[in-house]
Design a protein around this ligand. Structure first.
Ligand code: CUA
Length: 155
């Protein structure tokens, strides 16, 4: 069987592309330590408002420059609606949903996860610049999905 030289170069381009993707993925995973948000724990959605830490959503200081933001997503709002942290804070977001699946995307950061009833999602981020970030639900969750947002204010 005769392989045309064009065919050979197309195959080479394809093989190189695949290899480049594998290298990039390996570097992101092992070199930069990127990974999907952890599935932390399970929680009973029915009792969510009486289960710690979701019985008191909000921001608490957990160490020097360390904060935990406990946020409950529900149709069609986040509790609390606004959180404030000082610039330079490393904030761990602990999130769940009281009803259906919501999105949890903090615009301008790499925080992008799901708020899933029955499950706790957690991810953290260091806010190095002062400013305001929109926290939006980016998973369609019903009629007023587009009105579901909150604010993260770095001061
Ligand atoms: Cu909540 Cu869309």
């Amino acid at each position: 069987m005769k392989v045309h030289s064009y065919e050979r170069s197309f195959l080479a381009v394809g093989a190189f592309g695949l290899l480049a993707c594998i290298v990039a993925l390996s570097y992101a995973t092992f070199g930069m330590g990127m990974h999907l948000p952890d599935r932390v724990a399970k929680v009973e959605p029915k009792n969510i408002r009486t289960t710690a830490p979701f019985d008191h959503p909000g921001v608490r200081k957990t160490g020097p420059n360390e904060y935990e933001a406990v946020i409950l997503a529900q149709i069609w709002t986040f509790s609390p609606q606004e959180i404030r942290v000082p610039v330079g804070s490393h904030v761990t977001f602990t999130v769940t949903s009281a009803d259906v699946i919501h999105g949890f995307d903090i615009v301008g950061t790499r925080i992008n996860m799901m708020a899933i009833p029955g499950q706790i999602s957690r991810n953290s981020y260091t806010f190095r610049e002062p400013g305001e970030h929109l926290l939006i639900c980016h998973e369609y969750c019903g009629a007023a999905h587009h009105t579901m947002f909150a604010k993260v204010i770095v001061e």
